[in-house]
Design a binder for this molecule. Structure first.
Ligand SMILES: O=C(O)c1cc(C(=O)O)c2c(n1)C(=O)C(=O)c1cc(C(=O)O)[nH]c1-2
Length: 255
């Protein structure tokens, strides 16, 4: 094995931030399934499939964040990090992101029970999301915390949806867009904290290279989710399509 491609000295914090940001080239905003949704070319079934499958990501994010907190001995970090769980689960009478996503489901014509039952969650989506939660359980907390840094690129994707979906998909009820609106400020705040942790923690060549690899792993998760949806809802090749039309795949959380 050769290590000749390793740089001799660590990047400066500015250079390292640039290297993290450059990973935006591989964000799922560039996936053909996402581009089709953005351009108004997605069918109702494709939008519904995306909303129902992404619900599994939404409900897994608090599990992932709780796993990070469980491994983090620093109370100052936990005080900040706990806000991420509250954002999704709701607190003090505010509903939170999971409820907002259920409303998005209703706005695209999916009963909330369909989302909650996870019956539409494709195995490939489940495996990708579970990999994220399991990584957060095993990794040192700083690495797990910084794997959330795909959120660097998220405000742009939420804004783009708010911009184009109402024009293209008149059948989606307006109140479904609350989730994307709420995430704009939340994602920016999360990124500020995540980036600060990454720049402080990654002070060696090895840590910087590993963090870039972890960010790529997270990008792979988001991309693979859309690959699974492409197979099922665009190419009409859901799991077992060659043997049955029925959705026989497992439905429960086996994490
Ligand atoms: O809609 C999106 O494209 C998108 C992407 C991501 C992301 O980049 O991981 C998140 C979200 N949304 C999101 O809503 C969210 O709450 C969130 C939390 C995290 C994380 O890794 O902790 N990513 C994301």
């Amino acid at each position: 094995m050769t290590t000749s491609s390793q740089p001799a000295s660590p990047m400066t914090p500015q250079e390292f931030e640039q290297a993290l940001r450059a990973k935006g080239a591989f964000y799922h905003i560039h996936h053909p399934y996402h581009i089709a949704m953005h351009n108004g070319q997605a069918t109702r079934e494709q939008i519904q499939g995306w909303v129902a499958n992404r619900f599994y990501y939404q409900t897994s994010i608090p599990l992932k964040d709780a796993a990070i907190m469980a491994n983090c001995p620093d109370s100052q970090t936990r005080r900040k990090w706990v806000q991420r769980i509250l954002d999704h689960d709701g607190y003090d009478g505010s509903d939170g992101g999971i409820e907002a996503w259920l409303r998005l489901g209703e706005a695209v014509g999916l009963d909330r029970d369909v989302l909650l039952s996870e019956e539409m969650v494709l195995p490939g989506v489940r495996f990708a999301v579970d990999a994220y939660v399991n990584f957060a359980r095993r990794a040192v907390w700083q690495e797990a915390a910084c794997s959330s840094l795909t959120e660097l690129f998220a405000p742009q994707i939420h804004l783009a949806r708010l911009d184009t979906w109402p024009q293209h998909y008149k059948w989606i009820e307006e109140e479904g867009y609350g989730y994307f609106r709420g995430r704009l400020s939340q994602a920016n705040r999360d990124v500020e904290h995540g980036l600060q942790l990454a720049l402080e923690y990654c002070d060696t060549v090895e840590k910087q290279q590993r963090m870039l690899e972890i960010l790529q792993f997270k990008l792979d998760i988001l991309w693979s989710m859309l690959d699974s949806m492409t197979m099922a809802y665009e190419l009409n090749r859901p799991p077992y399509h060659s043997v049955t039309q029925q959705a026989v795949w497992h439905k429960g959380r086996l994490l």
